[in-house]
Design a protein around this ligand. Sequence first.
Ligand code: CU
Ligand code: CU
Length: 335
Amino acid sequence: MIFFTSGSVWSVFHKEEKYDFFMPNVQPKASNVYLCTPVKINPENSYYIVGFEPHASMEIVHHMIVYGCPQPGMNKSVWNCGEMANSGINEDTASPCDSGSTVLYAWARDAPMLKLPEGVAFKVGKNTRINYMVLQIHYGHVNHFKDGYKDTSGLYLHFTNTPLPRSAGVLLLGTDGRIQPHKVESMETACLIKEDKLIYPFAFRVHTHELGVRVAGYRVRKIDGNEYWTLIGERDPLLPQMFYPVEEPLIIKGGDSVAAVCKMDATHRNRTTFIGSTSNDEMCNFYMMYWVEDDAPLKQQYCFTMGPPYYFWQNEFQNIPEKEQSVLYLKHNNY
Ligand code: CU
Ligand code: CU
């Protein structure tokens, strides 16, 4: 029965195991608390993560994210890791990773399990940059928690010890910059892919704070002096910010560029908004999850520009899609 019920041919060849990655009986005492808990990966072995099975409900968990880190943000079993919750510095607060974080999974609103495509895995542990995984949970309104309520939300990591032929990775595109008051701003980034690999994007996630109206990612390919833009994915950032599948499969190769844009609507705001981590600030992020036919994902993990008023696509591109220049597309949309 093990062999034919899962729908995955790889399950014939590898034994899949589950790791319970749960909060250790935490008591979120205020609304909108972000808590982090780490797992140290045995450095003697490599593990291949093939799926993320949520163990959470939206009544309790607003959203959760799994980060891969070289080192965790704090050496504790639980710490306060609010990106936007606490801007005040206190000793119990730190970011999920010490540095070099990769988002491996994001869950919101009762999203189902994420299974990576056939033969694809996130390799962690030995010979990777990921020595720890950190689970971050944003607890919503806690007023309906009973006195003494202890939470063990989290997820099951599905993994195997058997090497799989394809490696998953995440490239984070984003900007720095600022948004003028009473203005609609376009925050744009782009980078040349220098590594000689074939890259297969299969999921994407967008992240902004409250001014974000639309975020989109593209592949830009130059052929004989002509520039061709192909959409990787676009999303209204007010929808749950989890990973969504890439609808039209495409391949990115060395020599192509990847590009992302966030349309920010500050028409009703009287102050300048800067990029930053508190809820007074904004962020412009497009996460591209991909696989390569190889033992390791791209060395390049980030693609950032200075953003407005310094960097715009028009500085380096000629054939920017009309859609990205039109205000018609600035309304919130359910893609
Ligand atoms: Cu949340
Ligand atoms: Cu943010």
